[in-house]
Design a binder for this molecule. Sequence first.
Ligand SMILES: *Cc1c(COP(=O)(O)O)cnc(C)c1O
Length: 454
Amino acid sequence: MQKPITYYSTNLKADPVSFKDALLKGIAPDKGLYMPFNIPTFTQEEINAFSDMEYYEIAYEVIHKFLKDDIAADDLKALIKDAYNYEVPLEKGYDRKYVLRLDQGPTASFKDFAARMMGRLMNYYLQRQHRKLLILTATSGDTGSAIANAFYGLDNIKVVVLFPENEVTNRQRKQMTTLGDNVQIISLDGKFDDCQALVKEAFADIELDHLGLSSANSINIGRLIPQTVYYFYAFAKLKQNNDEKIVFSVPSGNFGDMMGGVMAMKMGLPIKKFIIATNENDEFPKYLKTDKYDIVVPSKNCISSAMNVGHPSNMSRLVALYGGVMNEKGEVLKAADMKKMRDEIWSVSIDDTETKKTIVDAWNKHKLLLEPHGSVGWAGLHKYLEENGDDKDQLYVSLETAHPAKFPEEITRLLNIDPELPKSLEGIEEKEEQYDTITTKYEDFKAYLLKNYS
Ligand SMILES: *Cc1c(COP(=O)(O)O)cnc(C)c1O
């Protein structure tokens, strides 16, 4: 019998844990991120069989590979079917270049894919143990609403979301602040990085141990595993023969999305190249080019605001996958196999001017409606084609991570059209908002938590 998969910390100073413990802890006690010791693999035949399956069926096959010793198959099936009850469109741009639209979930962001699965898995384990948790999450916009919606109404979990007052759109804010119940939203006069720093400090604070804190950020392994699924799905639905390889372009901020893709590749998905497209926060493309990792502080404000990250948390996971060690501060303690990384990954930084131009071009040339994040992905793909040549027979898929209707001001200014609201966002303008405000000082945040959740 094969042993169940266990999870190690990327800082290598904490004990290995089961999936359940990694999920409920979020971050390891040594501040590292959990990674599976063994990444399970599929045979080519198994992957070929996905072509006839629905999204939730592929999701089951992929997630079950990781969790087969951690949750009963029928229970997992039920959670997955409940989580993935929406469309996952693949829209053609031109030739064999597609956009994978991950924007049809309840908050119209790709983060729904991970958050809905993680919330259900956490609640499942907590109910069985009669335990409760307080989830702390920092958001630059979309994580917060995805987490808040995914956990809203769950009995065993309370949620606190911190967002930077001036970095989220009205609609993003309203998706969080109109829920209530077990969901509390806090605004901060600072940046996303400030929010993330407060959350990290709270996790490390032993005086808050009794609150049962956990994270739901893209650092949680429970978010990463579901994010491998849509890469398999896109390939399964678009491949024309069993020998071909696919190129993905992933607009990236905290690198959870791309880590899902790289894990899918390690699971056996035939990927020719990953294009990692960042906005002006270009620490990763520089690292890939120079082997030198320098975080961007403070992070730069771009219109693809959910990607304004100067030091992606998941970098330490990526480095771990390539045999290196990076700590939470971004210091490389052991070099990764950069040659292998460059063989598999190509990366580029896209500035706001290019992002806007790409929104206009994609619409005018191909009637593709993109919002700023998806535009960074599509622009990254085209930078790659410029440098590596455009092969009309090659399958390319660029990810669209949010619905254009979440960025109506930008789209209207550039294209003079008002994108239609998806059903999930209808009626949100009229709902009443409720949220608190604190400073960027850790002491304030700590006092708030102790007063409200002790
Ligand atoms: C979070 C987010 C991203 C970046 O995803 P990461 O996993 O953090 O790299 C891209 N686009 C949108 C719309 C997002 O919400």
